[in-house]
Design a binder for this molecule. Structure first.
Ligand SMILES: [Zn+2]
Length: 230
């Protein structure tokens, strides 16, 4: 196969995949891929790129509304693609990818306080605050965003994608450590007056200035001491 032929075929593949090319083009593409493995692989990768996100979407029945509206825009875009060909087809691919990213991977939804439990709040000898977090609804929490607002309230905000996923390995209580001094340094030495878990309008207080926390047990001191030397 010559180089020119392959590059022409590559341009035609999206049209061929969408079934919007003439019979003649179709024949040309089919004849070519019958004898050219590289272009055949290219066509297969087109298949995979478009089918995987759709499959994922079908597999997850949560938040149907968002998916439906996305599917609708997608349909409209694909319809346009019938008329405009390659450029739009590439756009559809991008749109699917972005939509997939926005729905499944982008952690922007904060977890309601009723869906998590903060317990066992203690203070270590070195002043660090230790607490346990348990997510009660068993969906994955993929990111915790830190935010220090002007009044000195520090928020640890657990975040999820819009389409949340059932966690495969529920981990139960997770013990975490908060180092006040280090966080204040991270935030230009702004003083932290209170520590919260959750978004500002729906947060659980862990500690505030003047609050006397229970001392950590000797066992807990040892555990956190060891974790620092790992
Ligand atoms: Zn080829």
């Amino acid at each position: 196969m010559t180089k020119i032929q392959c590059s022409v075929i590559r341009d035609l593949l999206p049209l061929y995949y969408d079934g919007v090319c003439s019979d003649e083009t179709k024949k040309l593409v089919e004849e070519h891929i019958a004898s050219c493995n590289e272009c055949k692989t290219e066509l297969e990768s087109l298949n995979v790129a478009i089918e995987i996100p759709m499959l994922e979407i079908q597999n997850r029945n949560q938040d149907q509304k968002v998916i439906r509206s996305m599917a609708y825009s997608l349909k409209k875009l694909r319809k346009k693609a019938l008329y405009k060909g390659v450029g739009i087809t590439a756009m559809v691919g991008l749109f699917i990818f972005c939509g997939y990213y926005a729905l499944f991977l982008w952690n922007i939804q904060s977890v309601d306080s009723e869906n998590f439990k903060i317990s066992d709040i203690f203070q270590l000898n070195n002043g660090h605050i230790v607490y346990s977090v348990d997510f009660l609804d068993e969906y994955d929490v993929l990111r915790v965003k830190y935010s220090l607002v002007e009044d000195g309230n520090f928020y640890m905000i657990p975040l999820r994608p819009i389409v949340k996923q059932k966690t495969e390995h529920p981990i139960g209580d997770v013990q975490e450590e908060f180092i006040l001094q280090a966080q204040q340094e991270n935030w230009n030495n702004q003083e932290i007056h209170a520590l919260y878990y959750g978004s500002p309008d729906d947060a659980v207080l862990i500690w505030e200035k003047g609050m006397e926390l229970p001392k950590a047990s000797a066992e807990m001191e040892r555990k956190w001491d060891m974790s620092r030397f790992k």
